[in-house]
Ligand binder design. Sequence first.
Ligand SMILES: [Zn+2]
Length: 362
Amino acid sequence: MKLTAQVKLLTSSKQAELLKQTLEMTNAAANYISGLAWEQKIFKQFSLQKICYYATREKFKLTAQIVIRVIAKVADAYKVDKDVMRVFKPLGAISYDSRILSYNIETSTVSIWTLSGRQTIPFVCGERQRELLQGQRGESDLCFVDGKFYLMAVCNVETPEPKDVDSYLGIDMGIANIAVDSDGTIFQGKSVKEVRYRHRKLRQKLQKKGTKSSRRLLRNRSGKEKRFATWTNHNVSKAIVTKAKDTGRGIAIEELGGIRDRVTVRRSQKVTLHSWSFFQLRIFLWYKAQLSGVPIVAVDPRNTSRTCPSCGHIDKANRKTQSCFSCVSCGFSGLADHIAAVNISGRAVVNRPNVSDAQSTA
Ligand SMILES: [Zn+2]
């Protein structure tokens, strides 16, 4: 499996200047190549290479490997569509491969190519990222964010064979509760709600002010909020995967799309952060499960919150309120998110390929 490790470069001011110049020169080259591609209607990487490789090296004094990367970046950008000429930002990310960038994990430094030759730059990252870096292969993107340089390194991670399981822990993701499982466990630190409330209050205050400094503060807040959501999602996904592993079960979640149909969010709420957070939790669950050898499946999300797990009756009216389920046919009732998680769990078992059947017919 491929994961991305993020490391922060501790540049001297001279090195920061060099990296900036390198980004600027490289993106200028990308714009030059993009212009040629657009004029001549040549968009494929190898054809582009033929018409612009030498000219670009000559004009921008870039190393062969960088020029190849830049041509790939331009060709990639035109893959989406060829309706408009692509223009790259002066400090947009560029990708490095092992010939122009190497990591020394022991000394926490990178050796990276710049316009003035290679530079050795110290980096910092968390323990988890450092582990990932052991499997660093292929490309890393050099990014400039809020005045700091980061490398996003693609890393290979060995994953164990998923274990054989008979049952699945169903997971329902929601607004009120981050996640509820089919055992009825609610994953929601109280603190999450409190922090969200505090953030919202502060945001409203800052938005009202509307000054330059309040706008900057607002940006910082949204960064903090995102980091907090990420931290929460890490903890929740870890707890879920550990539980599934310890009880010998797989994990079942809804296929993408189900969430958007079901959850109704008031406009005043920050819809983008919510949907971003859902998506992130899914990704975390997915890779943590794989790393732990816990099978994970996505099931059809239709009517998971309207179906009675007791009698099978499907009815919109089964869902009395956002939080309460009560079957209009048999009277079975409970927490709506829990019921949905039970249905998700049930569908995973039904979906499971029946191995013994396959064997008997063979
Ligand atoms: Zn029922």
